[in-house]
Design a protein around this ligand. Structure first.
Ligand SMILES: Cc1cc2nc3c(=O)[nH]c(=O)nc-3n(C[C@H](O)[C@H](O)[C@H](O)COP(=O)(O)OP(=O)(O)OC[C@H]3O[C@@H](n4cnc5c(N)ncnc54)[C@H](O)[C@@H]3O)c2cc1C
Length: 453
């Protein structure tokens, strides 16, 4: 295994900087055992890292050990309805391998860089199909891991269903996962449509979309109080053909949206002009998505995006909170008013459209954000900066006041009170279970120490 001392590591876009004493890249299970048992060479906390695409700072403490899992990246074996992989395989690589065998993941997230170790143990999001689970981890049927004291364990849904609920929310606190088995299904063509709606129409049409079996994702344009709905539905009657509809849409997320936004910022010094340019940009975006990204037979795999490391200034940052379906549309209206009032007070406006997802109830992971019932999320997005971070702190309180539920990996700047309010007794159960799994706090970093205390 490769070992580096006293290095500086940044998250994918440079938002967070880490100074681990040791950065280690294991290549085998034996390496993982050595890392977890040798406390002198590998100081605590020992924290696994995947692609480091989490928007919260959760990959360890300065002076500790960071375990880069990306070298353990073999696809091990397929059955008709599962695949087993090493933890460092990324979602986009897995999706491509599945496609070659006529298979696909159940949840096709936008992000392709996320590793399967993180998919199995951390929260994930994409609009849910009726009857499905909310998160990718709920499709994980088993993991192999090395526990904090260096013991090898196999944990499966069949033999340890309750333990799996904890593993699916374990965020590298219960051990380092090195192998993941996940359910997959035959490739099915995906129909996609976009509609531009007022907030009232979104509220009126949402139950109809649900009744018709659509997975519902949406872009929110808070300053003009409009929503662009993305509806997806399996279309088993046809062969998938179209890939480019997703390619166009994904280029906006990955590159052109942030690039155009920043071009507008650089070239419009008059505030009124800038607001007008933003309005025009987003109007054209809505029209383009409605008229171009529509097809009855897309490849589901093509929805997955490769966000390159070090994207430069043209980056896409976001945070996320989920809300119970009942009462969501009032909160959505309040969110738009909140953004408008925040701009009036501070001069700051989010420079990319917010997004959101309708997520199915999911009680398979103990810290699921749709544990009590189906949720809809509101995810502000931006190209970043200190004013964005300040906005997020205020937004966190806005959401907590409305009984929102955050994601530990995708909601930065959480406070302990917000976590306690959102998860209630589940956070106590999780903290108690963690203590049993890791009595010496070998894997506990300051992020979780604070939020679980
Ligand atoms: C531009 C962008 C777009 C995104 N879009 C989406 C999206 O569409 N859907 C979505 O769900 N998420 C999305 N995300 C969020 C991202 O997918 C999650 O935060 C994910 O958990 C990151 O995975 P990672 O491999 O980078 O893990 P990391 O960020 O490195 O780690 C996440 C957590 O998993 C733990 N972990 C990692 N590997 C292991 C292991 N082998 N064993 C035990 N624990 C481990 C880490 O300790 C940490 O607690 C997006 C992020 C960005 C930056």
């Amino acid at each position: 295994m490769e070992i580096k001392q006293d290095v500086t590591v940044k998250t994918w876009d440079g938002t967070w900087t880490y100074h681990p004493k040791v950065l280690v890249t294991p290549e085998s299970v034996e390496d993982l055992v050595e890392i977890l048992t040798d406390e002198v060479r590998f100081p605590s906390p020992v924290r696994p890292a995947g692609s480091m695409h989490s928007t919260a700072r959760m990959n360890g403490d300065d002076g500790g050990t960071m375990v880069d899992m990306k070298a353990m990246n073999r696809i091990l074996h397929f059955t008709d309805d599962t695949v087993t992989v090493e933890a460092g395989v990324t979602y986009i690589v897995l999706a491509q391998a599945l496609k070659e065998r006529g298979l696909q993941p159940y949840v096709t997230t936008e992000i392709g860089n996320v590793t399967m170790g993180a998919m199995a143990t951390a929260a994930s999001k994409d609009s849910s199909f009726p009857g499905g689970f909310g998160q990718v981890s709920s499709y994980v049927t088993g993991v192999r891991l090395v526990t904090p004291n260096g013991t090898l364990r196999d944990i499966t849904e069949r033999d340890n269903p309750q333990e799996m609920q904890f593993i699916r929310s374990s965020y590298g606190l219960f051990g380092i996962v090195h192998e993941v088995t996940i359910r997959v299904r035959p490739t099915t063509a995906l129909a996609v449509r976009h509609y531009s709606l007022s907030l009232d129409n979104f509220r009126n049409y949402f139950p109809i979309y649900r009744a018709r079996g659509y997975a519902v994702m949406y872009y929110i344009f808070p300053y003009v109080k409009r929503v662009l709905v993305e509806l997806r539905k399996d279309n088993p009657g046809v062969q998938p053909r179209s890939r480019y509809r997703w390619v166009y849409r994904n280029r906006f997320w990955r590159k052109y949206g942030p690039a155009i936004t920043r071009w507008i910022q650089r070239n419009t010094h008059n505030r009124t002009l800038r607001v007008l340019a933003d309005k025009l940009h987003f109007f054209l975006l809505r029209q383009a998505l409605v008229w171009v990204v529509r097809s009855d037979r897309t490849w589901p795999h093509a929805q997955i995006i490769n966000y390159p490391r070090s994207p430069g200034a043209n980056k896409y940052l976001f945070s996320m909170w989920a809300f119970r379906e009942g009462g969501f549309f009032e909160i959505l209206e309040e969110y738009c008013n909140f953004c408008i009032a925040y701009e009036a007070k501070t001069g700051y406006r989010c420079d990319l459209p917010s997004v959101g997802y309708a997520i199915a109830r999911d009680a398979e992971a103990v810290l699921s954000y749709s544990w009590e019932g189906a949720t809809l999320s509101i995810d502000p997005a931006s190209t970043g900066g200190p004013e964005w971070e300040e906005f997020l702190r205020v937004y966190n309180q806005f959401c907590s006041d409305r009984r929102g539920v955050p994601l530990f990996n995708q909601t930065p700047f959480l406070t302990r009170d917000q976590v306690r309010k959102a998860f209630g007794v589940r956070i106590q159960q999780f903290a108690a279970r963690r203590k049993v799994a890791d009595p010496k706090d070998r894997m506990l970093d300051s992020y979780f120490r604070e939020l679980l205390s």
